[in-house]
Design a binder for this molecule. Structure first.
Ligand code: CFM
Length: 538
């Protein structure tokens, strides 16, 4: 293993060292396949990890952005406080959701107090639902449980059922207590299960259009989803639903009536993609709209799926127009960024996606970290059958679905292709598959799972990246080490970063931060103040 990594592991006690070594991979281009990485296992207690909890993954990531449902955090106000204003999943009113029915920026919590913990919080929750229905008339309600709710045994499912019958709307209960898994990833799965079981398939209205698609695992952070809708609509697709960025409950009900599911974030939504394939036969395609070349490549692959010449032609026209518009501007930023290196630690999909956009700028991601990805996100979906389940993964129920008697049809029928043409297509386009991050990395580049503060500091010190891409928890520490850093979860109030316009925004922001002289004026703790680096007149 690389010297840098040994230096990083060195201060650990032997058992910790042994454990953490399993979470590291160095890309070896000569090796035939990806070495096995340990992922989605418990963080060693005492280590300051970047992970969140199951509740964060369910409420904060998957169900929170649904704009016309109200989501209640059932628990003490501490968890409720963090359910507001922490993720930039934008939403706006449209024809189906009048202004007073856009709730994704609001935060509701039962604010459980000591008596509720002692005597139970079910009555308080039921009362809150009544008040919410009277005041806001939402189309549906989500109840997300936090840790104490599971510990005291409140039956949120019974409350939801009774309230749903009483008010005549869907009330969904999510047993996403924070401790339900090793990270927010467990919450994604819990949310996927409930939405799949109770919402998808309950609608009957297919949106008009020749090719109707869904974008799954796109949360409209900084307006990403809007940029994708702009491009896809112009090509001629009907975008039924972006799950769950700026999504409406009504559209989610009709998710099964689309012809193809695009999957942007595999980690958070692959369960729904797979379950829809089983139940309805809907094919899914892993796409990546981060980066100019990767956006064009994804658009070409989507068009191919439908075997429609007109569509492929129009795709080529839009790609040509958009690239002619953005490439000359990118070139300007590329001159500033070329040859620079990056180190990213983000949740479970962006460290892969942004490698393409960085390469558009002539940059390389030399270290790629995930907080909570699973082995398939690193090594590809073919490893899924070999992943060992443990007590933590067994905690999350698996839905065992079968083909729907009335609504299942084969993938080629969804795409309106003759069977032979579909078989040909499968050879060209990787339908229902994700290859993971490893194949895209270059020799000597490092992959790290569930990195912690100590590891980040050592890697910054030894690998000396020019840019660090992460979240708010480590952004400012890295600034103090004299390295430019950008938040890749929230985009630091910027965005969109997806699609063609997004690539330009990202390039501008990165070029700005790389050109600032401030980083050279900060002396990191491991460098003694020397004459050469001291600041004149400081
Ligand atoms: Fe998917 Fe996400 Fe991500 Fe994620 Fe997230 Fe996010 Fe993320 Mo922050 S759903 S895995 S749980 S792409 S909130 S929009 S940026 S950690 S890499």
């Amino acid at each position: 293993m690389d010297v840098t990594l040994e230096e990083m592991l060195d201060p650990y006690p032997d058992t910790v060292k042994k454990n953490r070594r399993k979470h590291l991979i160095v890309k070896n281009e000569a090796a035939e396949c990806c070495p096995q990485i340990e992922a989605n296992t418990r963080t060693i207690p005492g280590i300051i990890s970047q992970r969140g909890c199951a509740y964060a993954g369910c409420k904060g990531v998957v169900v929170g952005p649904i704009k016309d449902m109200i989501t209640i955090t059932h628990g003490p106000v501490g968890c409720g406080y963090y359910s507001w204003g922490t993720r930039r999943n934008k939403a706006r009113a449209d024809e189906t959701t009048p202004k007073d029915k856009v709730y994704s920026q609001l935060c509701f919590t039962t604010d459980m107090q000591e008596p509720d913990i002692v005597f139970g919080g079910e009555k308080k929750l039921a009362k809150m639902i009544d008040e919410i229905v009277a005041a806001f008339h939402p189309r549906g309600i989500n109840i997300c449980a936090t840790c104490p709710v599971g510990l005291i045994g409140d039956d949120i499912n019974a409350v939801a059922k009774a309230a749903g019958e009483h008010h005549g709307i869907q009330v969904l209960a999510y047993n996403c207590e924070g401790y339900k898994g090793v990270s927010q990833s467990a919450g994604h799965h819990i949310a996927n299960n409930n939405i799949m079981e109770k919402v998808i398939g309950t609608g009957t209205e297919r949106k008009p259009g020749k090719h109707v698609i869904n974008i799954l695992g796109e949360y409209n952070i900084g307006g990403d989803g809007w940029e994708l809708e702009r491009i896809l609509r112009e090509i001629g697709y009907t975008v039924n639903c972006v799950l769950t960025g700026d999504s409406s409950y009504l559209d989610i009900k009709n998710l099964h009536l689309a012809d193809l599911n695009l999957v942007q974030c595999h980690r958070s939504i692959n369960y729904i993609a797979e379950m829809m394939e089983t139940k309805y036969g809907t094919p899914w395609l892993k796409v990546n709209f981060i980066g100019i070349d990767s956006t064009s490549q994804s658009l070409r692959q989507i068009a191919k799926c439908f075997g429609d010449e007109e569509l492929e032609k129009q795709t080529a026209v839009i790609i040509a127009r958009e690239t002619a518009r953005v490439l000359p501007v990118m070139e300007h930023y590329r001159k500033i960024c070329e040859g620079k290196t990056a180190f990213a630690i983000v949740g479970g999909s962006r460290s892969h996606h942004y490698q393409y956009l960085l390469r558009d700028l002539g940059m390389e991601m030399i270290i790629a970290g995930y907080e909570f990805a699973h082995r398939d996100d690193y090594e590809g979906r073919q490893v899924i059958p070999t992943i060992k389940s443990d007590a933590d993964s067994k905690n999350i129920p698996e839905l065992h679905l079968t083909a729907d008697e009335k609504m299942y049809c084969e993938a080629h029928v969804h795409l309106n292709l003759p069977k032979e043409k579909f078989d040909e297509l499968k050879k060209e386009v990787p339908l229902n598959y994700y290859e993971g991050i490893y194949p895209n990395m270059k020799d000597g580049q490092v992959i790290i799972d569930d990195a912690n503060h100590h590891e980040v500091e050592v890697l910054i010190k030894t690998a000396k990246p020019d840019l660090f891409l992460s979240g708010v928890r480590d952004k400012y520490i890295v600034h103090k080490l004299g390295v430019a850093s950008k938040q890749l979860h929230s985009y630091d109030y910027s965005g969109p970063y997806a699609g063609y316009n997004g690539a330009l925004n990202f390039a501008r922001d990165v070029a700005d931060t790389l050109s600032t002289p401030a980083w050279k004026l900060i002396i990191p703790p491991w460098e003694k103040v020397s004459e050469a680096r001291s600041v004149p007149n400081a």
